[in-house]
Design a protein around this ligand. Structure first.
Ligand code: ZN
Length: 224
């Protein structure tokens, strides 16, 4: 009965803190008190080494800045030429929305829908929600829709495939380069910058700190 000595972790399925300052390791469920962490400090599990949380006083400001930059870069990526190909005297220029249009025109509306959702629609929605939520956090305002929208945001993050798409494009570029002259457009770099901003915005939002702050604002709102 070696399990008798296991650490107390009755509320193992909770992804929100079990008590103020307390958190269960997502990998091994060991409980930790991370309430004493200060700006710039990060906590890892002492048993399995898994990441627990990182405290940044300017975390929401960073999320906000990266989200705005990401949306600007995506707008650039959607307007300008993404790639142009030249082979046997024929040149074709393609923008990012046209790649989706091409799939649709070739009789693959299902694929066109998936590509549009994974590389443009969902990432845009994630950045807009990140921007809205971080804005509320910075202004210290609480609205009843925030917990629901936050859960939706964290769920959608799993379905944004910005970096997967960009790596896919790089791999196909290497293959196509043998067959045609490929010119990389402004939109290509725009999308690359968008991918970096997207990853930075998402990684600067510490989920534990976010939920703690949301809970604090909710209580403050109800008390006032
Ligand atoms: Zn652990």
């Amino acid at each position: 009965m070696g399990r008798m000595n296991a650490p107390a972790h009755k509320e193992t399925l909770l992804t929100v803190p079990v008590a103020p300052g307390m958190v269960a390791c997502p990998s091994c469920d060991l409980l930790f008190d991370v309430g004493a962490l200060r700006h710039g400090e990060k906590a890892n599990c002492s048993r399995c080494g898994g990441f627990l949380t990182r405290v940044r006083d300017d975390g929401f400001e960073k999320v906000q800045s990266y989200a705005i930059s990401g949306l600007v870069c995506l707008a650039i990526a959607c307007v300008f030429p993404f790639l142009s190909f030249e082979s046997a005297g024929l040149e074709s220029v393609m923008t990012l929305p046209q790649t989706v249009q091409q799939l649709y025109d070739q009789g693959r509306p299902d694929l066109a829908l998936l590509v549009a959702a994974f590389i443009i629609v969902i990432p845009t929605a994630v950045l807009v929600l990140l921007l809205a939520l971080s804005n509320c956090m910075i202004r210290q305002t609480y609205y009843g829709w925030m917990p629901l929208v936050t859960r939706l945001l964290f769920h959608m993050q799993n379905w944004a495939m910005v970096e997967v798409f960009f790596i896919g494009v790089l791999v196909s570029l290497v293959k196509i380069a043998h067959m045609a002259t490929v010119v990389i457009g402004i939109s290509f770099w725009g999308y690359g910058a968008f991918a970096l901003c997207f990853i930075s915005a998402a990684s600067n939002l510490d989920r534990l700190q976010y939920w703690n702050e949301l809970e604090r604002l909710r209580k403050l709102n109800h008390a006032g």
